[in-house]
Write a protein that binds this ligand. Structure first.
Ligand SMILES: Cc1ncc(COP(=O)(O)O)c(C=O)c1O
Length: 369
């Protein structure tokens, strides 16, 4: 049996062999869930009942609308582009994979396509790259997680990537890299697809949507996940129609379920005020949380324009941060542990929660430290 399994192990895509699956630790008795960059605000009961009545009408015996139906038109209108310039994904995670799948031809003289992104950043850029046999071209940020344009240009000169992903603002660091530098990069390199991943746009940053008309290689990607609908798995992107034509060839025809499509459409039509106010409440809380964190001994707080705050506890390799993370989890306060050798050694990522959750976090952290 083991020989037979060994034979199968040899079939695993090379870049995946040494790695592990994306792991989300689960804990009982959670009092503050600040580990996944979600909105902390549940849908109010009146909206929940309206949504439930709407979902009861969905014909589950039928496949969903293959073209995204009214949701695609609604999101296109929101972005100010025609529906033919929009692709829907099962979360923007799927869109990242579709981009790499569609634009994966190796450059002449190279065996594999390269995918560029600054690091540390969103881990799915790497996962999707290796899953598709692409070479991850990882370009270190500066030590304070700001953008290193010279390093990006040097990497491009070394190995021309097919696609470059830039999270504006970035996860997990929260930093906002200058959007105009990213647009200028797209202008200088018209043969590279430049993706402005605007997952956290509700919390800060400046969109590059307005530059798309002059830059056909610029793709703007968004998601409903960070504004109260993470459970729906709806991501979307705007791109030049020619890019959309290629992306549509690799998109699974029914990638969004009927319930998700209908729920997202209904919520965008009926719950705008709730979304706007929930995001505004988080933005209002962010400086208070950051000030509270900065007041704690031995905590370095990095700038953030997203609904998350990256902190470094103690010195990079002193091992304190992991201990603090565990002690917080034991108190029911969940944050994300990034404390491992590398640029995020000593770092924990804290999602901005409700005022009460942020208080819980600050109290627990003060007690633990
Ligand atoms: C920068 C960035 N892009 C994309 C995503 C994916 O979001 P989703 O697949 O939920 O749309 C995330 C999720 O954390 C993210 O941080």
């Amino acid at each position: 049996m083991s020989d037979r399994l060994a034979a199968l192990a040899e079939l695993v895509t090379p870049g995946l062999r040494g790695g592990a699956a994306y792991h989300v630790p689960q804990f009982p008795n959670v009092v503050a869930k600040l580990d996944a960059n979600e909105s902390p605000y549940p849908l109010p009961p009146a909206l929940m009942s309206g949504l439930a009545a709407e979902l009861a009408k969905v014909p589950l015996e039928r496949y969903p609308a293959a073209d995204g139906g009214p949701l695609r038109a609604l999101l296109a209108a929101e972005l100010g582009v025609p529906p033919a310039q929009v692709v829907l994904g099962n979360g923007s995670d799927e869109l990242i994979a579709l981009l790499i799948a569609a634009f994966g031809a190796p450059r002449p003289g190279s065996g594999h396509p390269a995918i560029l992104y600054p690091v540390p950043t969103f881990v799915v850029y790497r996962i999707a790259s290796v899953a598709h046999g692409a070479i991850p071209l990882e370009v270190p940020l500066h030590g304070d997680f700001t953008f290193d344009l010279a390093a990006v240009e040097a990497a491009i000169a070394r190995q021309r990537p097919n696609i470059a992903f830039f999270a504006l603002p970035n996860n997990p660091t929260g930093t906002l890299w200058p959007p105009e530098e990213i647009a200028a990069l797209a202008a200088r390199h018209p043969d590279i697809i430049v993706v402005s991943d605007e997952a956290y746009i509700a919390y800060g940053g400046r969109t590059l949507l307005g530059r798309m008309a002059e830059l056909p290689n610029l793709v703007v990607m968004r998601t409903l996940s960070k504004i109260g609908m993470a459970g729906l798995r709806v991501g979307y992107l705007a791109a030049h129609p020619q890019l959309v034509t290629e992306l549509e060839k690799v998109r699974p025809p029914y990638n969004l379920g009927s319930l998700n499509l209908r729920a997202a459409t209904w919520l965008l039509e009926h719950a705008r005020a709730w979304m706007t106010e929930s995001a505004a409440a988080v933005v209002r809380e962010r400086p208070r949380l950051m000030a509270g964190l900065r007041a704690l001994p031995g905590v370095r707080v990095f700038d953030s324009e997203a609904n998350l705050v990256m902190v470094r506890i103690g010195a990079p390799m002193d091992g304190r941060a992991s201990g603090v993370w565990r002690a917080l989890a034991d108190r029911g306060v969940l944050v994300r542990n990034f404390d491992r050798p590398g640029p995020l050694a000593g770092c924990l990522r804290i999602t901005v929660g409700t005022p009460a959750e942020n208080d819980r976090l600050l109290e627990a952290l003060a007690a633990v430290l």
